[in-house]
Design a protein. Structure first.
Length: 299
């Protein structure tokens, strides 16, 4: 996925720094990184933790977080796929769940379609469905407003959203490693979110406009799943300005860690190193990355 101009504005920028005691901090390729304990939010590692950067498709964590916080949410609510969603991904050259016009999909299916293949069409559908307004553009603007309001509520003081999927036209879609980790920690409190982001592959069925049944098969672009022992999520992101990004989580022995790497040339190795550091293990060097099937979305 492509995004707007590079944004790397220091805000209390600090170099790689470990927790006060323990082994030395690992060296990672990422320009920004953060690791925290899911249980209490305590910081384990930070590298330029408060420097603002583009976040690409990791934006979709907030898209899903906003949907899950809706009052009286019905995950089985049917949404009709609009041609506008397909036109959008074609125009932007964006990652897609290949949703077909006229198909009736559930909100739950849209969550999988947004988070696994990083479907910008699915994220568009969620924004269109859960925003308010008489027109699609008004509803999308309303939904992005909800994203920014939620960011404020979560204390994401160095974050701004101008997009529901990370494709930024203004460059004002940025976050910091610390802020993004706060968001991920918050989202991981939802059982539905945890179920979705740990899924490597899902097969879903939807009614077509002619009354038939369409089969959708989506693979998770997060290759840490099935590669690092205990990995349970969360989301990839790649953009021209953002570079390769990864928001990740793993659970071992009842302990869950959540981390972020922004603009990392070796994002999966970075994530494994940080998780090893947090767990006190040494498995990153032996990790073999899961392969995605031919034709699967890459992000």
């Amino acid at each position: 996925m492509t995004a707007g101009a590079v944004l790397a504005v220091p805000a209390m920028a600090t170099p790689a720094q470990a927790a006060p005691s323990g082994p030395p901090a690992p060296s990672v390729s990422a320009k920004g990184a953060f690791l925290l304990n899911q249980a209490d939010g305590s910081r384990i590692y930070g590298k330029y933790a408060d420097t603002k950067r583009q976040m690409a498709s990791t934006t979709k964590i907030m898209t899903v977080r906003v949907v899950l916080s809706q009052t009286g949410l019905d995950l089985d609510r049917k949404v009709t796929v609009q041609q506008a969603y397909r036109d959008y991904v074609a125009r932007e050259g964006a990652s897609t769940a290949d949703l077909r016009t006229g198909d009736k999909v559930t909100v739950r299916q849209l969550l999988y379609a947004t988070m696994l293949p990083s479907g910008c069409d699915a994220a568009y559908a969620l924004a269109d469905t859960f925003g308010s307004g008489a027109t699609r553009s008004a509803r999308v603007k309303s939904f992005i407003g909800k994203m920014n309001k939620k960011a404020d509520t979560l204390g994401m003081t160095n974050t701004e959203f101008d997009s529901f999927d990370g494709i930024s036209t203004t460059g004002n879609n940025y976050t910091t490693p610390r802020d993004l980790a706060k968001l991920a920690r918050s989202a991981m409190k939802y059982s539905t979110f945890r179920t979705v982001v740990k899924t490597q592959k899902t097969v879903r069925y939807a009614k077509t406009s002619t009354g038939g049944t369409r089969t959708y098969t989506w693979y998770n672009t997060n290759r840490l799943l099935g590669s690092y022992s205990g990995a349970v999520g969360i989301k990839t992101g790649t953009g021209t300005a953002a570079g390769p990004c990864l928001v990740f989580a793993a659970t071992r022995g009842g302990k869950t860690l959540v981390g972020v790497v922004l603009n990392g040339s070796s994002r999966y190795t970075d994530a494994a190193k940080l998780l090893d550091y947090g767990f006190g293990s040494d498995t990153a060097s032996r990790m073999t990355l899961r392969r995605l099937p031919s034709g699967a979305e890459q992000d």
